[in-house]
Design a protein around this ligand. Structure first.
Ligand SMILES: *[C@@H]1O[C@H](CO)[C@@H](O)[C@H](O)[C@H]1NC(C)=O
Ligand SMILES: *[C@@H]1O[C@H](CO)[C@@H](O)[C@H](O)[C@H]1NC(C)=O
Ligand SMILES: *[C@@H]1O[C@H](CO)[C@@H](O)[C@H](O)[C@H]1NC(C)=O
Ligand SMILES: [Mg+2]
Ligand SMILES: [Zn+2]
Length: 262
């Protein structure tokens, strides 16, 4: 708890109020978590015959997804696919069951929840999809590969950052993002009561390993992250935080309601 000076003073009063304020950090993955698809795969619907030539498909090298997507976007541009068509296609992606209810609840309780996205998709896709659902105000920050349309109308994408983590793809270590965000918030005086990390994929394991005893990892039922976490407990090196499996946003919503009533 905060150190008090023993008398009534505004500084101590303020510290007391700030330290007793509950604030939760909700960190979301995007593909197959908030939306029920992979956005980078969905964009292929814009390609001629909705498929990529074998030359592009076979050019993917493990850990170099962003470069691969760069080639996909050049192919789409070369085939005359314009921004408006991409946007129309991307905004038809369904949200995962219960996610719109969950985001609605978080949006109405922003004094209790900070909310971020850490994703290997890109800024353009996520911005289109969040705005189409009118959910962009729910999120404080979106950490993903920066994308933009060039003067010639081609979509281009860059790596999010450089890192030295051996476990993660070259362009993004979600643990580094989470660590830096939490540090930045601490410097602003925000010490989260609890972090809840919600994801499905293999690249969500690294940030989950950063979570402490009081935090919660929420892996999607039946997806890679859940399997990796249960593998770790079988190998007798369980992760430190609590684990709660979900299959619908409604289950996450129920958990958040319990958290804020405590
Ligand atoms: C990563 O490092 C390379 C080489 O130092 C640099 O050119 C590049 O701009 C860096 N990328 C980012 C996103 O910081
Ligand atoms: C954040 O809060 C926890 C729990 O109250 C406390 O143990 C920790 O020292 C705090 N961290 C900082 C940097 O204030
Ligand atoms: C752990 O989380 C609970 C809420 O679930 C909170 O009441 C408690 O203060 C947290 N403990 C620390 C050390 O932050
Ligand atoms: Mg995912
Ligand atoms: Zn990592």
């Amino acid at each position: 708890g905060p150190v008090m000076c023993g008398r009534w003073c505004f500084r101590c009063l303020w510290r007391g109020i700030s330290s007793s304020t509950m604030k939760f950090l909700l960190a979301f993955d995007f593909d197959y978590t908030l939306i029920d698809e992979n956005s980078d795969t969905w964009i292929v619907k814009c390609a001629p015959e909705e498929k990529l030539p074998i030359g592009i498909k076979s050019s993917y090298k493990k850990g170099h997804w962003t470069e691969y997507m760069g080639r996909v976007f050049i192919y789409l541009g070369d085939n005359g696919v314009k921004e408006a068509e991409m946007k129309r296609t991307m905004t038809t992606i369904p949200f995962t069951t219960g996610m719109t209810d969950l985001l609605g609840f978080i949006g109405m309780n922003k004094e209790l929840f900070d909310c971020i996205i850490i994703s290997d998709s890109n800024t353009v896709f996520i911005d289109w999809i969040l705005r189409a659902g009118n959910f962009h105000r729910v999120f404080d920050e979106v950490f993903t590969n920066p994308a933009t349309f060039s003067d010639t109308g081609y979509l281009t994408v860059q790596n999010f950052h450089n890192h030295s983590c051996a476990e993660c793809p070259k362009n993004l270590c979600k643990r580094k993002v989470l660590e830096e965000f939490v540090d930045k918030q601490l410097q602003q005086g925000v010490n989260y009561t609890q972090i809840v990390y919600i994801g499905d994929g293999g690249n969500d394991l690294c940030p989950v390993k950063f979570l402490k005893k009081n935090d919660t990892a929420m892996p999607r039922q039946g997806y890679t992250l859940e399997k990796l976490i249960s593998q770790m407990s079988q190998d007798l090196s369980p992760i430190e935080c609590s684990v709660l499996v979900w299959s619908s946003g409604i289950e996450i919503l129920s958990y958040l309601k319990i958290l804020v009533k405590e």
